[in-house]
Design a protein around this ligand. Sequence first.
Ligand SMILES: Cc1cc2nc3c(=O)[nH]c(=O)nc-3n(C[C@H](O)[C@H](O)[C@H](O)COP(=O)(O)OP(=O)(O)OC[C@H]3O[C@@H](n4cnc5c(N)ncnc54)[C@H](O)[C@@H]3O)c2cc1C
Length: 598
Amino acid sequence: MPSYTPPLRDMRFVMHEVLKVADEFKAIPKYGDADADTINAVLEEAGKFASEVTFPLNMSGDEEGCKLNKETHEVTTPKGFKEAYAQYVEAGWPALSCDPAYGGQGLPLVVNQCFYEMLNSANQAWTMYPGLTHGAYAALSTHGTDEQKQTYLPKMTSGEWTGTMCLTEPHCGTDLGLMRTKAEPQPDGSYRITGNKIFISAGEHDMAQNIIHLVLARLPDAPPGIKGVSLFIVPKFLVSKDGTLGKRNGIYCGGLEHKMGIHGNSTAQIVIDGASGWMVGQPNKGMQAMFVMMNAARLGVGNQSLGLTEVAYQNALAYAKDRIQMRSLSGPKAKDKPADPIIVHPDVRKMLLTAKAYAEGGRALSIFCAVLLDKAHYHPDEKVRKDSDELLSLLTPIAKAFSTDNGHIATNACMQVFGGHGFIKEWGMEQFVRDNRINMIYEGTNTIQSLDLLGRKVLGNNGATLKKFGKMVAQLVEEEGVNEKMAEFINPIAYLGDQMTKFTTELGFKGFQNPDEVGAAAVDYLRVAGHLVHGYFWARMAQVALREIAAGNTDPFYQAKLQTARFYFAKLFPETATLMRTARSGSKVLMDTDLALA
Ligand SMILES: Cc1cc2nc3c(=O)[nH]c(=O)nc-3n(C[C@H](O)[C@H](O)[C@H](O)COP(=O)(O)OP(=O)(O)OC[C@H]3O[C@@H](n4cnc5c(N)ncnc54)[C@H](O)[C@@H]3O)c2cc1C
């Protein structure tokens, strides 16, 4: 049976010592009260909720899964899920970062992001029910009419109603322009929606009174392709003018998918049979509104893998200290025992440190992105809002794809630490691997994230936003370039920063001549960019640790941080050289292989 301890110390380190978030929030009037003590106190309670309420339901939820009653179309979630959700609502957790205008507590989004990391460590399947509601809330608060906001947001803020995103159809997932769901205008201003959606997470359940589906569909006169897609609110139960629930709408669960992981989350086939819907935003501009939800969800998915990386690491570490097997190559270490604990073996240490480095680097990136989101929404200075938004849009595909790929590497490595026992269910390690696997697929596969990064976010604006991140790296290099103690952390990012400019220009040039060159290089490119970003945060974390040690601070946390930074730069970061080489090898070997694939 695995265990979980919320990584509050590391969250405080990143937020207050590295990024100094409370200082950032002083400039945002809405967050005037969000000082470090308040944030820490909230996260301490949040950690208790995750570790004491949802974590104990993780393995049982996986074992039991969700059940569909085919006659009533009702879904029953695993034992305890409903009660845990009631506790979550009762304690006011859904409202944490929501707008006080709708009953929210108005805390910074970064607080919610840290809470969700812990919830994901504890139980990703459960967390997806409330998690999707935050994305739907964001889309409605940005693109909804005043009436829609007043009708839906207070109940989503309180957690009485949850949200979903209904994009995927049996014949289209990545290419949503192929979508067929229809929306016919009705005389009362509503729309009659008809179609079939599949793979809808939290699409039907017994945890909340109502489910607010955000559905993409096509108007009768819509142009073909993605430019003819509109967004609609389609509630499970219709909502009367006074906010009370009316009759059952024609949207229901026709089946549940049997899947590799996240068994406790209902992945629903959704039948939409002449349901009433209301348009969000403008006709044929549905993707604009849906992108608000998708961007929130992409950061959320990166955070899911971060959570799983952390919990897998904690359990692998405890096991490696306890399990004795063979003697250390350099002579016995536990002489009083018949063998040494496996943590003495170099490769076991490498697996553990890989997970630790990806968890801590990923946490720095996740928290940084959430602060950018806070600034992009609420900073009083328009330029800060715009800059934050641009940087966030560059980092979002990295936070999604790099974090989830790393989650795959890390959860696998942690399972490997357990040897054969990792493969056996009772230890819980194989569940972390299975649950993580979907994170690389949904919300735009990691290939699609790479194309978004290289094609749209980098080459699409001639590298302008990438240069902004490059400037942050250059500033750190300038600050610490003469500090010998920082050389081992600064030199690699300074070198890669330089290389990145040449590498990007080269790919841009090749892509201009042949677009398949971009497609062939994108996945490797994202991983190189991911290391530049992690490398930057590791250098900043090492900088703080070195300063504390120099000032006489003897807290072993700082030595551990420094050692992990050294491991990261020695063992993980150097894969960038191979990745650049494979990216440069081009598309020809892929595209001229008809015989090999025949
Ligand atoms: C458990 C689960 C939960 C989900 N939850 C939701 C949800 O809540 N709401 C929702 O709407 N959807 C949801 N999805 C759907 C998910 O987002 C899609 O499965 C995903 O976007 C991929 O679409 P697809 O399955 O149709 O694959 P396809 O689009 O058919 O892709 C197949 C392969 O081709 C690759 N590919 C496609 N186009 C390109 C290209 N241009 N260049 C390079 N490679 C390409 C893909 O990367 C992939 O490897 C969920 C899926 C699962 C399994």
